[in-house]
Design a protein around this ligand. Sequence first.
Ligand code: GUN
Length: 297
Amino acid sequence: MSAFDEIDLETGLIDGRAVADSVQRSVGAEAARFAAEQGRQPGLGTLLVGEDPASAIYIRMKHRASEQLGIASIHRTLPEGASQEDVLRVTRELVDRDDVDGVLVQMPLPAGLDPEPVILAVPPEKDVDGFHPFNLGAIASGLHGVASCTPAGVMTLLDAYGVELAGAEAVVVGRSRTVGMPLALLLLQRNATVTVTHLLTRDLAAATRRADVLIAAAGSPGLITADMVKPGAVVIDIGTTRTEAGLRGDVDFDAVREVASLVSPVPGGVGPMTIATLLRSTVELAWARAEGVTTGR
Ligand code: GUN
């Protein structure tokens, strides 16, 4: 049984849009309850530096979705040539606002800017991205921390489809600080047996063929072929690479679909969950701040 009434568990396909819609409805209800009790909307502050068109689209989508759900958007932009000091100053201005509960600085920053001091400038209690080492460390310690949006969204998808994690072999392809690493920690928290693979893994196929739950987050289109998948496995594709043929995932979808029991498409799988999870985290941070709860508990 799934907690999400509107998804069809029989298609072999993970419908990220349906799950994201369901999450957004509950976030909208929570945002309304927050506003009624606290006398203000939860607030999301964002900073976009430079003119990268894909980043500008993501930011617009985030703001449109937050406004639809009753979350206030406070948006700042800086030009391509902004200095490190400019970025830190505007980040801190967002952090210091009382009406901002979560701060997101869109990554990647333009070349020449160092993301590390910017990540550290957003304190854990307003770190809606879960990028601060404190939040990653809280998750590694089994404590409550903000998990970054894409990994947390993947966990919601797995739960929506009733995927059994305790004792399962979970293999993560990719170890990025924002996706692969936090996802491995979240899977471990749920008692999966987790293997993290990466570019230097000698025999990737030997590792992936063991997986009951295979999660591809390498950013390498078509990397996961059908012969790398155990029959009946659940395959989640986080890779999204823009190619001339459109958006492509890490998984050779048509062939893998024949082998896997459940597979997430690109687009329409993990992607829609990221924004839904960001908005959910914004409302959670708003409640935590209103109630004086600290992260790491
Ligand atoms: N760029 C692509 N995805 C993300 C994300 O989840 N957060 C931030 N801050 N930047 C991104």
